[in-house]
Design a binder for this molecule. Structure first.
Ligand code: PLP
Length: 367
C-alpha cells in the first residue's frame, strides 16, 4: 500500500531547503568547527531571543536538558516533583534519574496539566513542578506560577513540544525558572538526529548547566565537580540556527492547517477536536493535532488502509502503568485519554490537499 499522507516528512523538508543546509554544513565542516564553537553560541543567543529569556544552553537532547536542570537546581533524593503522566516518558524519567520522586496529577480536557489538582499534591517534600506543554499548548501558567510562588516551589517547563507556543503572550520556557526544548527530528524545529536546549533568565543556573553538560569543566583544565557529556553538536547547532529563522512561518502554516482540520471535522460527533487556534490567551503551535476518537484503533486501521499514517501517543498503556513503579497513581482522565487520543498528520511539509484527504477519511469512517 502506497502512503499518500505521511505522519512526518524529514526527507522532504531537507530536499526543500537542501541548498541552504548544505552550504551551512560545508562552511562548518570546512572550518573544522565541530565542538561548542561560535555557531552553537549564535544558536543559543538566537534561541534565547526567540523564547524571551536571557540565556539558552545547547544540550544533547531535551531529556538530558531537563535532568541537568533538576540537578543544577539542587533537586535530588528525598524531594518530590509534581508532573503529569500524560506526556512522553522522559518527563517522569528525569525526576527518577536525579533520585527524586515523581508525583503525578491528572490532565484536563485540553490534555495538559489540570492546575486545579496541583495544590492537593503538594507535601513537605515537594520542591518543584514540571508542567508539560503537550502538543504545543501551554499549561495555564499564570495560575501555576501563583501556586508555585505561594508554596516556594521551582517551576521547570517541559517545553519539548512547544517552541513558539505562548500563553498570555509569554512563550513556553519563559514562564518558570527554566524550560527545556527538544529538537528531535519530528519536532517543529528538528535536528538531523538528537538535540536539545534549555532556556532560563537565571544566569547562575545557565552557567551551572554549561558546566554540567561539559564534564563539570569551568576552564580548559579546571572542574567544579562531576559532570556529564551532554553537549549539543556544533554541526546540529548551525543547522538549527538556520532553521530557527523559518519557525515563525512553519508555526503559521501549522495553525492554518489546524484550522482546516477544525472546520472539516466540526460535524463529526464521534471525535473531539483539540481547542481551536484562536483559543483566547493560548497561542498553540500544534506540534501535534490530537483528536479524541471513538473506536480509535479501528479508525487507525481504516486510515492506514487509505495510505494515511497517524500516531497513537501516549497509549494505549499510560506511562504510569508501564513497569516504572508508578502504577499506584489513579489518573482517570489520563487513563481514558490513552484509549482515545490520535495524532493526525501535521508537519512542516503537509499541504491543504492532504489535510482534506485525512478529514475525508475520518468522515468516511464514521458515516
Ligand atoms: C513532552 C516531551 N518531553 C520530553 C521529550 C524528550 O525529548 P528528547 O527526545 O529530545 O530527549 C519529548 C520528546 O519527544 C517530549 O515530547
Amino acid at each position: 500500500m502506497d502512503v499518500s499522507v505521511r505522519f512526518w516528512e524529514p526527507g522532504k523538508e531537507f530536499q526543500r531547503i537542501e541548498q541552504e543546509v548544505m552550504a551551512t554544513m560545508r562552511d562548518v565542516l570546512s572550518k573544522g568547527d565541530l565542538i561548542m564553537r561560535e555557531q552553537m553560541v549564535d544558536f543559543e543567543r538566537n534561541l534565547a531571543a526567540f523564547v524571551g529569556t536571557a540565556d539558552a544552553v545547547g544540550v544533547s537532547n531535551c531529556t538530558d536538558g531537563m535532568r541537568l536542570l533538576l540537578e543544577a537546581a539542587g533537586i535530588g533524593p528525598g524531594d518530590e516533583v509534581i508532573t503529569v503522566s500524560h506526556t512522553f516518558m522522559a518527563t517522569m524519567a528525569v525526576v527518577h534519574q536525579v533520585g527524586a520522586t515523581p508525583v503525578l496529577v491528572d490532565v484536563g480536557d485540553d490534555h495538559v496539566m489540570n492546575v486545579d489538582l496541583v495544590e492537593k499534591a503538594i507535601t513537605r517534600r515537594t520542591k518543584a513542578i514540571m508542567p508539560v506543554h503537550l502538543n504545543g499548548r501551554l499549561v495555564v501558567m499564570d495560575r501555576l506560577m501563583e501556586i508555585a510562588h505561594k508554596h516556594d516551589l521551582l517551576v521547570i517547563e517541559d517545553s519539548a513540544q512547544a517552541l513558539g507556543g505562548a500563553y498570555l503572550g509569554v512563550r513556553g520556557g519563559a514562564w518558570g525558572l527554566a524550560g527545556a526544548f527538544s529538537f528531535y527530528p519530528a519536532k517543529l524545529l528538528g535536528a538531523y538526529g538528537d538535540a536539545g536546549a534549555i532556556v532560563t533568565s537565571d544566569t547562575q543556573l545557565a552557567n551551572r548547566v554549561r558546566e554540567l553538560r561539559d564534564h563539570g569543566r569551568i576552564s580548559k583544565t579546571g572542574y567544579s565537580g562531576w559532570g556529564w557529556n551532554c553537549r549539543l553538536d556544533n554541526l546540529q547547532a548551525a543547522v538549527l540556527d538556520l532553521k530557527l529563522k523559518k519557525v515563525p512561518d512553519w508555526i503559521n502554516q501549522r495553525r492554518r492547517l489546524a484550522a482546516i482540520y477544525d472546520e472539516e471535522l466540526a460535524d463529526v460527533g464521534r471525535i473531539k477536536r483539540p481547542a481551536g487556534p484562536d483559543g483566547g490567551p493560548h497561542f498553540d503551535i500544534y506540534q501535534n493535532y490530537v483528536i479524541e476518537a471513538d473506536r480509535r484503533d479501528e479508525l487507525v486501521a481504516h486510515l492506514a488502509a487509505r495510505g494515511i499514517e497517524t500516531l497513537v501517543s501516549p497509549g494505549p498503556i499510560p506511562n504510569h502503568k508501564q513497569p516504572v513503579g508508578l502504577d499506584h497513581f489513579h489518573l482517570p482522565k489520563t487513563e481514558d485519554l490513552c484509549t482515545r487520543v490520535l495524532s493526525l498528520p501535521l508537519n512542516n511539509e503537509l499541504d491543504e490537499e492532504q489535510v482534506l484527504e485525512v478529514a475525508a477519511g475520518i468522515k468516511g469512517f464514521y458515516s
